[in-house]
Design a protein around this ligand. Structure first.
Ligand code: DOR
Ligand code: ZN
Length: 415
């Protein structure tokens, strides 16, 4: 099925009125005027901009035995509504995605239930024998959860494997030896980054620090960037909230929320390109779990991420180009996907945004099973109006349509 999209396009040459034609799932042509072929979607109008499809490199879709928190269907419906065409799923599921057999099951489940495209990460296995070539065919990288895995016997093997197979190593970089009485200071993040960077320098694997939360962490990252190729992402909650908000149990998250100075430093880090990407760390739990005194960290983020970022654009704290770079272009480059640009030869994923749409965040309207948010009631301006995955609109006119997601590792094969 062919699709022609008209509107103000965000292209490598800047914003301009034009048309994109998607055929067989790929962008076939971009031009100022194209003869309408197949279905035509016209987004010309005030405040609408057509962006390359957004990619979230860090989400937890749960499912398996944690499907009461979220499943592939609800998590990817949340993604579609939030403007995300691709989501990369973390392996801390039940059972964990750290054996080949669970990995194969996970991929099959995603193909049955996902409405947008998905990527998978592999967790550090219990036994080194699980580290086989096939992982590289199905996964975007290896996820390391340093707070629990720093001393794990197989960690070294997993890192060597990642170096050999050229797999990205995505790290939750908090060094638990610096946790004190349940507190997780910014120094623990800086120390975690240092440790991983030293290993990366020696072992030769490609390191990515996820959900960077502090200016101490950012400083450590920037120091290592002089010696080493490494990258990082941060999340909207570290850009907008501070530890003051974490007194509410719903806002509890790991790494924890920090101070106003950290928030400012991270925003500057994005503008200056030291932080390559923004992720949601969409981490749904049941409301009952969140209300427990020492409840789990994390909250849903896929349906608030883009409105929050576009509101920062509105306020002049970020540019629209920063958002596109952090949510589309750079994630595509980091994950090695033929995406992130509105250009012939890229996958046919597009996110149409309405920069004028103003509303209050209302979690009761979420597609996610987790219907709460630390941003509840916040007034935001800007949201997705249409999400297109391989030429098919999966979110349009306020409705999520039933798409059929594929593992993004198959993008290469489809051509
Ligand atoms: O807040 C968090 N939630 N931090 C993590 O590291 C894990 C995540 C989750 O899976 O819920
Ligand atoms: Zn996470």
């Amino acid at each position: 099925m062919d699709l022609t999209v008209r509107g103000k396009l965000f292209t490598p040459q800047g914003l301009r009125e034009g048309c994109v034609r998607i055929a067989g799932g790929w962008i076939e042509e971009v031009g100022s005027e194209l003869p309408p072929e197949g279905e035509v979607l016209d987004f010309r109008g005030k405040g609408k901009v057509v962006l390359p499809g957004l990619i979230d490199m860090h989400v937890h879709l749960r499912d398996f035995r944690l499907s009461y928190k979220e499943d592939f269907r609800t998590g990817t419906r949340a993604a579609a509504k939030g403007g995300y065409t691709v989501v990369a799923d973390m392996p801390n599921t039940l059972p964990r995605v750290n054996t080949l057999s669970v990995l194969r099951r996970r991929e099959a489940l995603g193909r049955r239930r996902a409405v947008v495209d998905f990527g998978l990460y592999f967790g550090v296995p219990e036994r080194g024998e699980e580290l086989r070539k096939e992982i590289g065919k199905r996964c975007l990288g290896i996820k390391v959860y340093l707070p629990e895995e720093m001393g794990k016997e197989t960690l070294g093997e997993a890192l060597c494997f990642a170096a050999r197979e050229r797999l990205l190593v995505v790290v939750h970089a908090e060094d638990p030896s610096l946790f004190r009485n349940g507190r997780r200071p910014p120094q623990a993040e800086a120390a975690g980054i240092r440790r991983m960077a030293e290993w990366s320098l020696r072992g030769g694997f490609r390191l990515h620090i996820t959900h960077l939360s502090s200016s101490a962490g950012l400083e450590e990252l920037v120091r290592w960037k002089r010696k080493l190729v490494l990258s990082a992402d941060t999340c909207p909650h570290y850009l907008l909230l501070t530890s003051r908000h974490e007194r509410k149990p719903l806002a509890r998250v790991f790494p924890p929320l920090r101070g106003p100075g950290d928030r400012t430093a991270l925003l500057r880090g994005i503008r200056e390109g030291e932080i390559e990407a923004v992720t949601s760390d969409h981490a749904p739990h049941s409301l009952e779990e969140k209300r427990e005194p020492d409840g789990p960290g994390g909250f849903p983020g896929l349906e608030t991420e883009l409105p929050l970022l576009l509101t920062l654009v509105r306020k002049g704290r970020l540019g629209l180009a920063d958002v596109v770079r952090a949510c589309s272009l750079n994630p595509a480059l980091l994950l090695g996907l033929p995406a992130g640009r509105i250009e012939r030869g890229c996958i046919g994923n597009l996110t149409v945004v309405d920069l004028e749409k103003s509303f209050r965040i209302d979690p009761s309207e979420f597609e996610s099973k987790a219907k709460y948010s630390p941003f509840e009631g916040m007034r935001v301006t800007g949201a997705a109006s249409c999400t297109i995955v391989r030429g098919r609109p999966v979110f349009l006119e306020g409705r999520v349509e039933g798409g059929r997601g594929v593992n993004v590792k198959s993008y290469g094969e489809a051509r």
